[in-house]
Write a new protein. Structure first.
Length: 131
């Protein structure tokens, strides 16, 4: 029973480590989207970009994006994903700490990682070694 109580206690340091790993993971996904999706979208829009070098108008940009919907979707995805991560991270910065809902979620996740033990791939990053 003592081990069960010990596994239920989650330290703020473990919560902070898991939060940092979440931030790193999100920014890695943002960078991957900019590295993989953005060049493809710009390549698909190369004709529009060359026209905009000579005559840059809003209608030219709009028509270029309208006639290349997949490229427009890729560019929009990169910008929207980056914006969402910035807003998510700035809410923590402006608040100064976790919200109760976020703290509860992170506590549950750390508890789940502890229960699975060293089988879980994040165990060595999040949980402190007792040795």
């Amino acid at each position: 029973m003592n081990k069960n109580i010990e596994s239920e206690l989650v330290t703020p340091k473990e919560i902070q480590k898991l939060y940092q790993l979440t931030i790193y993971g999100r920014w890695i996904l943002v960078c991957l989207s900019w590295i993989l999706i953005l060049p493809w979208g710009l390549w698909e829009l190369r004709e529009t970009i060359s026209l905009c070098k000579e005559y840059c108008t809003w209608s030219g940009i709009r028509l270029g994006l309208e006639f290349n919907p997949w490229a427009a979707l890729g560019l929009s995805f990169c910008i929207a994903f980056t914006t969402s991560v910035l807003v998510w991270q700035s809410s923590y910065i402006l608040r100064g700490d976790f919200s109760e809902k976020q703290k509860y979620y992170l506590t549950q996740k750390v508890t789940q990682i502890r229960q699975k033990g060293k089988k879980y791939w994040l165990y060595s990053f999040v949980c402190e070694d007792e040795n």
